[in-house]
Write a protein that binds this ligand. Structure first.
Ligand SMILES: [Fe+2]
Ligand SMILES: [Fe+2]
Length: 446
């Protein structure tokens, strides 16, 4: 029985290149994208070839956002890759998510924006039933969820919480009833149950929980307590395209781990290799790089090429702050900001884009170590954001970067209550990771 291994990828965002991914409108679109787009077909094809051939595991989990944006053709080509994986003897378990259904997907060519055929949510079961549903112990077709036996005595609760696509990302009362029936059945059968859910259940970094929207599932606190106390102590998630491993312990003393994996097709990309031993109670998580894919990387490494896309998204935001503050505010959900606010943000943008870390620290009356004072502020800020997505954020207590950030913001932020926590604690936990390693860690479920 031991050890049992599986491989997990997520947010494959496959895009059928023949639909069109080029031209001026494409280039404009990519300025604010973290994901690769034209490259996703090549990345997926390389990754699936590797999955076909590897003998590390014969079980593959995919945690949703399978297509780029719900294009029918992307789904059809992606399903060919899944079928090929099965033909190579792999067992494949997928869930779908918000990017898998869309009435108005898009593509680009020299003429501008195109409108390829989309996919309705009602079509997803028919498209993906072979990859988890058909061999399941239980299926909730309405919610595109199922329970599968991964190995003798190990069950996967594969959950989808898109509902009708309008009700927000949470479980309905009926779905919770179904979940409770499954967890009870697993306990009665003496099986260990783990889960897979596209949307994170614990925030990847503490500040994520302030962003609202889809960053963490709605009523995640209730759901994580419910699952942990029902005996589900581990959930694989995706969606945020970040790498994190976090733990919550419920009042009853039960653990809940959220292992969130980055997108296959955007920095930080990776594949998780998960090994279960000790009757599935000890879970080793390793993060592997994605395989090499065929592309013109313009003279840099594949990883640097993908990282550059991530960085360019942040750079664009920072320059919008200076050059087009109204657009910047729109991008962070404040499109109705008052003219005075737009002007103030523009002025701040001018200052920050020209300043060094030392100058910003001086402005905020914080000490700044000589080793970082000459770094351009925008480069420093971009690094902070990127580290938050890469995991294992490096600026822990004792580093000059930690002292500069906490010196500049800590005093003010310690007086701000942010969803029941001190804002300063959330900032400190976002620039430096304490506790679990986000990439390679051994988890003890009970
Ligand atoms: Fe995604
Ligand atoms: Fe998503």
């Amino acid at each position: 029985m031991d050890p049992f291994r599986l491989l997990l990828i997520t947010d494959t965002h496959y895009f059928a290149s023949k639909l069109g991914c080029r031209g001026e409108a494409y280039d404009e679109f990519m300025k604010l994208e973290q994901k690769c787009y034209a490259e996703t077909e090549a990345i997926n094809r390389a990754a699936f070839k590797w999955l076909n051939d590897t003998d590390l595991a014969d079980t593959v989990l995919i945690a949703g956002d399978l297509s780029f944006n719900g294009e029918k053709e992307s789904h059809l080509e992606f399903i060919e890759l899944l079928k090929d994986l099965k033909a190579h003897g792999k067992r494949v378990y997928v869930i779908t998510a918000g990017h898998d259904f869309n009435d108005h997907p898009f593509a680009f060519d020299e003429t501008g924006r195109l409108e390829p055929e989309g996919t309705k949510r009602e079509e997803l079961y028919g498209l993906y039933h072979e990859f988890g549903f058909d061999s399941a112990l239980a299926v909730d077709e309405e919610n595109l969820s199922y329970v599968a036996e991964l190995a003798p005595g190990l069950r996967l609760l594969a959950l989808n919480n898109d509902g009708d696509g309008k009700c927000g990302h949470t479980y309905s009362a009926r779905q919770i009833e179904w979940i409770l029936k499954q967890t009870k059945q697993a306990r009665e059968d003496g099986a260990v149950m783990i889960a897979m859910n596209h949307y994170p259940l614990l925030p990847g970094v503490p500040l994520f929980k302030l962003l609202g929207g889809e960053v963490v599932m709605k009523n995640a606190d209730y759901i994580t307590t419910l699952l942990a106390d029902e005996g589900v102590h581990l959930c694989f998630t995706g969606h945020m395209h970040n790498m994190s491993i976090n733990l919550k312990t419920t009042e009853k003393g039960n653990k809940f781990y959220d292992v969130c994996t980055g997108s296959l097709i955007g920095h930080p990309a990776g594949i998780r290799l998960v090994s279960f031993t000790d009757h599935y109670n000890t879970v080793g998580v390793e993060t592997l790089p994605i395989p090499d894919f065929e592309w013109d990387f313009k003279g840099v490494t594949q990883e640097a090429y993908m990282r550059r896309q991530f960085d360019s998204m942040i750079n664009t935001m920072l320059t919008y702050m200076r050059d087009d503050p109204k657009r910047f505010l729109g991008k962070i959900g404040m499109k109705n900001a008052a003219p005075a606010a737009v002007e103030a943000v523009g002025k701040l943008g001018q200052k920050l884009n020209a300043a060094t870390v030392g100058q910003v620290c001086r402005l905020l009356m914080a000490k700044c170590d000589d080793s970082i004072k000459d770094i351009r502020f925008v480069d420093f800020a971009r690094g902070l954001v990127r580290h938050a997505f890469e995991g294992n954020m490096p600026y822990v207590k004792g580093t000059p970067e930690h002292d500069a950030v906490m010196g500049a913001l800590g005093k003010f932020a310690s007086r701000v209550n942010a969803g029941g926590a001190k804002l300063s604690d959330l900032i400190e936990g976002t620039i430096g990771k304490y506790g679990l390693d986000d990439l390679n860690e051994t988890l003890t479920l009970v």
